[in-house]
Design a protein around this ligand. Structure first.
Ligand code: ADP
Length: 191
C-alpha cells in the first residue's frame, strides 16, 4: 500500500492527512497545491505562470500540471511510494498518471476519498482564510473552487471506483480520528 491518491473537495483535509500519512507510512506526500504556492512565493517562472489560476480558484492547465508531476514522481524519494494530494484532478490527468506509472512499471494501490458536508467545508475554509491568509480562501474564490471540483474532479470518484481502487472515508471529526479511518481503509481489502 504505497502508491496512493487522496481525493476530496477543497477543505476536506487532504493536505493535513497527507502529511500525517506520510509520517506514518514513510513515503513522501506530494501536494500540487503546495508546490504551486511555493513557486508563487519564490517568484519562479512556474510561479508566474500559475499565479493567476490559483488566485481565481481555477485549475492550472493540464499541460503545466502534468509536466510538474512527471518531474516530481521521477525523483528518487518517490520510487517506492508516494501520496498524491491534489492530483489527478481531471480525467486527462488520470490518463497522464496512468501513463507515468505504466512507464515506471508500477500501479496505484489505493485512492482514498475524504468526504465532508458542504457547510462544514465552507466553515473550515473561512477559518483557514483568517489563520493562513491564502489568496484563494475568500468566499467568492472558494465558491469557484467548489464548482470546479464538482465539475472536473468529482467524476474521478466513479473512475477509480470502477477500478476497485476507491475507499471513501468520512472527513468529519478530530484529525487523528480521520487519520485512523484512512489507515483502516488502507488495511481493508474488500470494497
Ligand atoms: P484545495 O484542495 O484546498 O482547493 P490545493 O492546495 O490542493 O487546494 O490547490 C490550490 C490550487 O492549486 C487549485 O485551486 C489550482 O489552482 C491549483 N492546482 C492544484 N492541483 C492542481 C491540479 N492537479 N490541476 C490543476 N490545478 C491544480
Amino acid at each position: 500500500m504505497s502508491r496512493l491518491v487522496l481525493l476530496g473537495p477543497p477543505g476536506a483535509g487532504k493536505g493535513t492527512q497527507a502529511k500525517l500519512l506520510s509520517d506514518r507510512l514513510g513515503i513522501p506526500a506530494i501536494s500540487t497545491g503546495d508546490i504551486f504556492r511555493a513557486n508563487v512565493a519564490e517568484r519562479t517562472d512556474l510561479g508566474r505562470t500559475v499565479q493567476e489560476y490559483l488566485d481565481a480558484g481555477k485549475y492550472v492547465p493540464d499541460s503545466v500540471t502534468n509536466a510538474m508531476v512527471r518531474d516530481r514522481l521521477a525523483q528518487p524519494d518517490a520510487a517506492d511510494g508516494f501520496i498524491l494530494d491534489g492530483y489527478p484532478r481531471t480525467t486527462d490527468q488520470v490518463r497522464e498518471l496512468d501513463d507515468m506509472l505504466a512507464v515506471a512499471g508500477v500501479k496505484l494501490d489505493r485512492v482514498l476519498e475524504i468526504t465532508a458536508d458542504p457547510d462544514e467545508l465552507v466553515r473550515r475554509l473561512t477559518k483557514r482564510a483568517q489563520v493562513e491568509g491564502r489568496s484563494d480562501d475568500t468566499e467568492e474564490v472558494v465558491r469557484t473552487r467548489q464548482q470546479v471540483y464538482a465539475e472536473q474532479t468529482a467524476p474521478l470518484v466513479a473512475v477509480y471506483s470502477e477500478r476497485g481502487l476507491l475507499r471513501s472515508v468520512d472527513g468529519l471529526g478530530e484529525v487523528p480520528e480521520v487519520t485512523a479511518r484512512l489507515l483502516d481503509a488502507l488495511a481493508s481489502d474488500a470494497g
